[in-house]
Design a protein. Structure first.
Length: 127
């Protein structure tokens, strides 16, 4: 795990919950808010951190659903709507993620403003 990945985990463990008042099922809003918090507080716009929209397998619904999560420097996946933090490889195995679209920290606010919602977004070149 990268030094930055370890720092993110320590920060999240030491900090109060970053997304108070949100409920499960609001994955796009929660992932967006987490990315904006990381962007603002860590100033990590040049990093490999990405907001990811894609499809995952839901054991609860027993089908594939649209979902959003955050990937930190290719090392760590954070799913704020499920309270899950772990290695990228483990996330891929558990979630069976597919049809992913990744957005850089600089792209995220542009897509949100242009579409007027938290996602899912359709990538159409540069925002």
């Amino acid at each position: 795990m990268s030094r930055m990945g370890k720092a993110y985990i320590k920060y999240l463990n030491d900090a109060p919950p970053p997304l108070p008042g949100l409920k499960k099922g609001q994955c796009y809003q929660q992932a967006f808010r987490l990315v904006m918090q990381l962007r603002r507080e860590w100033d990590c716009r040049d990093s490999e951190t990405r907001l990811v929209h894609g499809k995952v397998f839901s054991p609860f619904f027993k089908t594939v659903i649209d979902h959003a999560w955050v990937r930190l420097n290719n090392d760590i996946v954070m799913d704020p709507s499920q309270g899950w933090v772990g290695r990228t490889e483990e996330w891929a195995r558990i979630s069976r993620c597919q049809d992913m679209q990744e957005f850089t920290l600089d792209e995220v606010p542009h897509y949100a403003l242009r579409t007027g919602h938290y996602g899912p977004w359709v990538r159409e070149g540069r925002p």
